[in-house]
Ligand binder design. Structure first.
Ligand code: SF4
Length: 158
């Protein structure tokens, strides 16, 4: 809620959801990313290439905010508002940045796929860390609840 991108829409502009089929997964190939982003929904008021658009209502621009450089973001917003760029090139540029971002993650994913035992180790170690944090949190909760109750009884003489 406190970021510039509190909501990331799906490819069709609706809430991103696997059941809507409007997602891009971390294992997606470059080709698939390009194909899917090519047909992304844009500002509905921008019907022709010569119509100026509003990036603030465009899902592609929301994705630019996540993956593109500040220069590209500026290029996209200004080009959209002045009809200086077309949606096709805007989407293609966003796809470039998305692919750049996703490529190292995809590589790591493939590496882990080859070593499932390592994945289980990572999960186990994450669970152990989470348990430690939960223990400390529960101790603080108990102190807050029972400490308060004790004080209340002392004051009321119960
Ligand atoms: S130019 Fe870019 S930001 Fe503007 S409507 Fe088209 S895809 Fe969206």
């Amino acid at each position: 809620m406190l970021t510039k991108t509190p909501r990331i829409p799906g490819l069709d502009g609706r809430k991103m959801s696997k059941s809507y089929g409007n997602t891009i997964t971390l294992s997606e190939s470059d080709d698939d990313i390009r194909k899917k982003t090519k047909v992304m929904v844009t500002d509905p008021a921008r019907k022709r290439r010569t119509d100026p658009g509003n990036p603030d209502v465009c899902p592609v621009y929301d994705w630019h905010k996540l993956f593109s450089s500040p220069e590209t973001l500026k290029w996209s917003a200004e080009g959209c508002r002045t009809a200086g760029i077309g949606c096709i090139e805007c989407k293609a540029k966003m796809a470039d940045h998305l692919i750049e971002w996703i490529a190292p993650i995809r590589e790591r994913r493939v590496a882990y796929e080859k070593h499932p035992a390592r994945v289980l180790e990572v999960i186990d170690s994450g669970s152990a860390k989470a348990r430690e944090v939960a223990k400390v949190t529960m101790k603080r909760v108990r102190e807050a609840v029972f400490g308060w109750d004790k004080k209340r009884k002392q004051v009321s003489g119960a």
